[in-house]
Design a protein around this ligand. Structure first.
Ligand SMILES: Cc1cc2nc3c(=O)[nH]c(=O)nc-3n(C[C@H](O)[C@H](O)[C@H](O)COP(=O)(O)OP(=O)(O)OC[C@H]3O[C@@H](n4cnc5c(N)ncnc54)[C@H](O)[C@@H]3O)c2cc1C
Length: 469
């Protein structure tokens, strides 16, 4: 880092902050710059561990006034590692962790650096929940701004469908609130448009009475993928109107570890992760045909607290592994697509690779395509293909597998992908994510961030702007 920047940080930024600034060669610099995906190795100029909203405003102002690039880090889980950028100043929100639940109003105000685990922990105490992703260390910030899908998507909609308000620090340093009435254009854009418009310092969510769910995996042999994926398609069709019925299909290498039985450890299987939100009796009735279709090789579905389900994948996916992501939205799941999933799914090179088909229909599909920035309300699934392995030496193999799997499947998709499941794949893929909403997003970007200050993200260019950052 150039020494004058270091002096300017020490002279003008650091004294105004409550949180520390981590700079090279501080002993914790390497730890502070690391993100969840071990494939990402970026060296920012400085990392500001923001302690409060004032620190966020100071960091934004300092970066802008000194013409430095800014990256904003929530939970650091982004596939493409967008919470950190080379030579940038990182506003790390990891200390903004408060959750305030209002049980009477069934809402929660959630600070911008919270993880899903923080959110579920706080709301579960009141028997309430909101849609969030399947690994509890994921940041609420990045997940929400990109859309947010998870086990409650059919019952409660996407995370953004439950967003009532957001507080933000804009590129010019102003602090604003956006909701249906105030800054409504900004509120529209942040519901899917990612971190393009400012730093979200808190979110207010509508909560739902979800506490115990009937959930967990039912697994079959990978050789049965064609049969079971076709059967799963049929179960989802049958339960189209029943939003308590949720299951995502997976083809997955199981961890070579407990609690899996020795004969399944390290094996690739197919199956469904269930999350039924009705009564136990309803769930068991709904699963009768599933259990009767073909005898599962493992069936752990049963009643459990919602946060237990939300953290079920956590132990198998510690931070720092190699991840290569490819994704698409799926409308109708054709027989041909089922065959391709069976063919590629069984051959993954990574020791924890998978494909997941997450339902995004039900309540999520009852929101209009232009009501929020999320452009695929007609999709039935958001599919993700992830090559995952602990060893950097397998990086190329998992990348090749994910890409070739995706290339074979892409013609059977709706064309675009969930923005939070993408690596850095270029403008064409970003535009495909937003379909007809892209131009409106670009116009909102021009209004709130005309110089494209927030560009360490899946970047939406301000309308009429030529910068290529
Ligand atoms: C293991 C794993 C499981 C996942 N499961 C799911 C899932 O079930 N459902 C789902 O929807 N997604 C899931 N995701 C994807 C996840 O939504 C994205 O990775 C998301 O970007 C993570 O947000 P983050 O805050 O952790 O990321 P970060 O890397 O910190 O940030 C990602 C982007 O969001 C921006 N950002 C983050 N917080 C803020 C903020 N407060 N204000 C402004 N900008 C911000 C950053 O600048 C960056 O551009 C999963 C990811 C992983 C790694």
């Amino acid at each position: 880092m150039d020494s004058t920047l270091k002096e300017r940080i020490a002279g003008t930024l650091a004294p105004t902050l409550r949180g520390p600034v981590v700079l090279p060669p501080d002993p914790d610099f390497d730890d502070a710059r690391r993100v969840y995906n071990g494939m990402i190795d970026r060296r920012p100029a400085a990392i500001v561990r923001c302690a409060d909203v004032t620190d966020v405003m100071a960091t934004v102002n300092f970066a802008r006034e000194n013409s430095e690039r800014l990256a904003v880090r929530g939970g650091g889980h982004n596939a493409a590692g967008l919470g950190v950028a080379d030579d940038a100043i990182v506003a790390d929100l990891g200390r903004l962790r408060g959750v305030h639940v209002n049980p009477d109003a069934a809402t929660a105000r959630v600070s911008g650096g919270c993880t899903l685990g923080d959110l579920d922990h706080a709301t579960h105490a009141f028997g309430l929940a909101v849609t969030g992703g399947i690994v509890s260390t994921t940041g609420v910030g990045g997940l929400t701004l990109g859309g947010g899908l998870g086990y409650l998507a059919r019952k409660c909609g996407l995370t953004i469908d439950n967003l009532l308000e957001v507080d933000m620090v804009l590129a010019d340093g102003r602090f604003v609130t956006a909701n249906e009435k105030e800054n409504a254009d900004l509120f529209w854009a942040v519901r899917g448009g990612g971190g393009n418009f400012g730093v979200a310092t808190s979110f207010v969510f509508r909560l739902h009475p979800v506490s115990t769910v009937y959930a967990g995996p039912t697994l079959w042999r990978v050789e049965d993928t064609v049969e079971m994926l076709a059967a799963y398609r049929g179960w989802m069709e049958e339960h189209d109107a029943d939003t308590d019925f949720y299951g995502f299909f997976l083809v997955q290498r199981l961890p070579a570890a407990e609690p899996f039985p020795p004969e399944l450890r390290g094996k690739t299987v197919c199956g469904v992760m269930w999350c039924m939100t009705g009564t136990i009796e309803q769930a068991e009735n709904a699963l009768k045909p599933v259990r009767a279709a073909r005898k599962p090789i493992l069936d752990w579905a049963g009643p459990m607290p919602y946060p237990a389900l939300q953290s079920m994948f956590d132990p198998f996916y510690p931070a720092g592994m190699q991840w290569y992501w490819k994704a698409d939205f799926v409308g109708e799941l054709s027989d041909k697509a089922i065959e391709i999933n069976a063919e590629y799914g069984k051959d993954s090179p990574g020791t924890l690779s998978s494909t997941h088909l997450y339902p995004v229909d039900g309540v999520a599909s009852r929101v209009g395509p232009t009501e929020t920035a999320w452009g695929y309300r007609d999709a039935k699934w958001a599919q993700v293909i992830v090559g995952v392995d602990p060893h950097p030496k397998n990086r190329d193999a998992i990348t090749r597998w994910s890409k070739s799997y995706w290339e074979a499947l892409h013609p059977h998709s709706l064309g675009g992908a969930y923005i939070n499941f993408m690596m850095e794949e270029g403008q064409e893929r970003i535009q495909a994510t937003y379909r007809g909403n892209y131009d409106r997003l670009a116009a909102v970007k021009r209004k709130y961030d005309p110089r494209n200050f927030f560009n360490a993200n899946q970047n939406i260019k301000p309308a009429g702007h030529r910068q290529t950052a």
